[in-house]
Design a protein around this ligand. Structure first.
Ligand SMILES: Nc1nc2c(ncn2[C@@H]2O[C@H](COP(=O)(O)OP(=O)(O)OP(=O)(O)O)[C@@H](O)[C@H]2O)c(=O)[nH]1
Ligand SMILES: [Mg+2]
Length: 248
């Protein structure tokens, strides 16, 4: 929970044109002054709504993946390359989370895939209410894949269940090999870890074996993929996994 940055305190006193439902965040002021109670309230409310999202996805056989990483690890680039490869094989739509801009939704829309941009303003993660709002607009088809690109942040998104089937953390070697140890919650929560920008490894000091080891040290259940969204290396294995899971 972002108690320090205060991203759950949406009473930031200005109006801005973003599309998510703030109702989850206005119930904090219990007057008892305990942050723990507030955090429990927010997470509990989020979890209830996440279960509703999950029920909707299960009923319609929508395979929902929550992609998370630090800013710039390549979530959108990975999505673009994934979409190019699987577009004819599955119906797809995308929820894009960013603090500001429609840039990422525009990048997805350029591939003729429907995308809904959620701007979180000062918020540094998506929550289940925002996803619930977005799916009412997107109306994903039955038997489809719904990708959620979370706000670029290796910390807070790990705390918020969105109702997804799988959480996917994306890490790039440019970030160094120690990140799973420094930001363990994200890696603990994730089901899949994609090491992107593998094409840059020859130019960096990062030890990718160590990066893998560190990720598995935090969570030995992680399924690992090495990919380059730019060169396409490793993309076949990732897309194969994705389509196989979607058909299960
Ligand atoms: N060399 C290389 N560059 C990549 C790769 N994937 C992404 N990039 C570059 O990394 C930069 C960031 O990529 P994005 O896809 O915008 O990253 P993001 O995680 O979506 O960023 P935010 O949404 O802002 O958090 C861009 O300049 C991409 O071209 C890759 O596999 N190899
Ligand atoms: Mg992006």
């Amino acid at each position: 929970m972002c108690g320090t940055c205060g991203c759950s305190n949406h009473d930031h006193g200005h109006s801005h044109d973003h599309s998510h439902d703030h109702s989850h965040s206005h119930s904090h002021d219990h007057g008892d002054g305990t942050k723990i109670t507030i955090e429990q309230d927010i997470l509990q409310k989020n979890n209830l709504l996440a279960e509703r999202n999950r029920g909707y996805f299960e009923a319609k056989n929508i395979y929902c993946l929550n992609l998370m990483s630090s800013p710039g690890a390549g979530k959108t680039a990975l999505l673009e390359e994934t979409i190019r490869r699987i577009k004819g094989k599955s119906s797809i739509c995308v929820i894009e989370g960013d603090q500001q801009t429609n840039n990422d939704a525009d990048r997805i829309a350029a591939l003729e895939v429907e995308a809904f941009q959620v701007n979180t303003g000062t918020g540094c993660h998506l929550d289940a209410a925002m996803v619930n709002h977005a799916i009412k607009h997107l109306k994903p088809e039955e038997d489809s894949i719904l990708f959620i690109e979370n706000v670029g942040n290796l910390v807070c998104p790990a705390m918020f269940d969105l109702g997804e089937a799988k959480k996917v953390v994306i890490i790039s070697p440019t970030e160094g090999d120690d990140k799973p140890l420094k930001y363990p919650y994200m890696f603990q929560e994730a089901d899949v870890c994609i090491i992107n920008k593998i094409d840059l490894v020859p130019y960096l000091n990062t030890d990718v074996n160590k990066l893998r080891e560190n990720a598995l040290k935090v969570n030995h259940h992680l399924e690992l993929f090495d990919v380059s969204a730019t060169t396409g290396a490793g993309m076949d294995a990732w897309c194969e996994w994705l389509l196989k899971k979607n058909n299960q």
